[in-house]
Design a protein around this ligand. Structure first.
Ligand SMILES: Cc1cc2nc3c(=O)[nH]c(=O)nc-3n(C[C@H](O)[C@H](O)[C@H](O)COP(=O)(O)OP(=O)(O)OC[C@H]3O[C@@H](n4cnc5c(N)ncnc54)[C@H](O)[C@@H]3O)c2cc1C
Length: 340
């Protein structure tokens, strides 16, 4: 599903593949507007997939209870007829306005998306990794140190050291035990915050010699010449040891930061974008902000409120995509879903 393309042209570019960005694709599709969605995370779903995939949500109309990931899967099913494009794992850095008033969005990996309308559904902003305080850590970023597993295949046959005690560290240790040459999991305690099932599996794999589990331990230094080669681990009982490592992936969670959105010339109030509640447009022509990223009197950061905002914003965006057509409101029960 992930698409990487240097130059993309579309009707609507959506920054953020959270639930609200995804539902905007559906609302745009009903009005025959094509969308391209960009997200800094390697997967769609925003907070639901990243923070609480297994937590039930009780306030989605029509679902007395639905898990976070299940709602994301349903939204993906719902947008499928409209064939949206996705660029994942890339952060939108810059927005430029073109002579014809269209916009060009540029990502961290230099993908460009030219669009008639920009919808910012950036939630709480970009999730940035919590980095452990290890001297020289940044020196090895991209040279063996990463804070997310974007492409597990790139770790096949490699010597991987993970650090952390949550679900990400446990799940990746279990997964990589099958494909990496060696997996070491370094954790500062001896109990895990992640799911007891996953923790049990990690202890079993350690007993079977398939994970090198280092408890009450911390990575204290990295060594290498141009690329990571070894790291030092400090434990309570043992003297400092050095072990070989091609990759070091500290998984200490993510914190949201508004990031580059703050630099796009939009009216920002309390780390959110001020919008006109008539259509959730911003102070910049052709730019809308919906979901958790926007603010207005009475704003509630709820998924269902974001869905409503998406519907109104897309009705308003129609005039920029089809300036010569008049929009008449239609129910989906009457006209159905006309796929692209
Ligand atoms: C633990 C928890 C429980 C919750 N429970 C509920 C509940 O029961 N009911 C409810 O209605 N709400 C709940 N919420 C709130 C709900 O998750 C949010 O309202 C919802 O996720 C907002 O959706 P969104 O699409 O606006 O943003 P998000 O889900 O935050 O998605 C935004 C996306 O934008 C991306 N992004 C940001 N900036 C950029 C950029 N510059 N470039 C590229 N990508 C970018 C981010 O990576 C992210 O994936 C809960 C939240 C939490 C944390």
């Amino acid at each position: 599903m992930e698409e990487r393309n240097e130059n993309i042209a579309t009707d609507i570019c959506i920054v953020g593949a959270g639930p609200v960005g995804l539902f905007a694709v559906f609302e745009a599709g009903l009005l025959k507007m094509r969308c391209h969605v960009i997200d800094a995370l390697p997967q769609v779903g925003g907070q639901l997939s990243e923070i609480y995939p297994h937590k039930p949500i009780y306030d989605i109309p029509g679902y007395p209870q639905i898990l976070g990931q299940e709602l994301v899967d349903r939204l993906m099913e719902q947008v499928d007829p409209f064939r949206p494009g996705f660029t994942l794992g890339e952060r939108v850095e810059t927005i430029n306005r073109n002579d014809d008033d269209s916009l060009t969005v540029i990502t961290s990996e230099h993908t460009t998306v030219k669009c008639k309308v920009l919808v910012i559904a950036g939630g709480l902003g970009c999730f940035e990794p919590r980095k452990p305080a290890i001297d020289g850590l940044s020196e090895f970023e991209g040279k063996g140190v990463a804070y997310m597993v974007r492409n597990p295949e790139s770790l096949r046959g490699r010597n991987v050291v993970l650090a952390g005690g949550g679900d990400s560290a446990l799940d990746w240790a279990i997964f990589l035990a099958d494909i990496a040459a060696k997996v070491t999991l370094v954790h500062r305690g001896d109990t895990f915050r992640g799911s007891p099932d996953s923790a049990g599996k990690v202890f079993e794999l350690a007993k079977a010699g398939r994970i090198d589990l280092r408890l009450h331990a911390n990575v204290t230094a990295l060594h290498g010449d141009g690329h990571l080669q070894e790291l030092s681990i400090h434990t309570h009982q043992l003297p400092l040891i050095r072990i070989a490592a091609d990759h070091f992936i500290p998984l200490f969670g993510l914190t949201p930061k508004l990031g580059p959105i703050a630099d796009w010339g939009l009216n920002i109030s309390q780390s959110a974008i001020s919008v006109n509640v008539a259509d959730y447009s911003t102070n910049a022509d052709r730019i809308y902000a919906i979901g958790d990223i926007n603010t207005y009197p009475g704003k509630l950061k709820l998924i269902l409120c974001g869905f409503h905002e998406a519907a109104l914003a897309m009705q308003s965006a129609f005039k920029h995509v089809y300036p010569d057509e008049k929009l008449s409101f239609k129910y989906t029960t009457v006209y159905g879903i006309n796929a692209f």
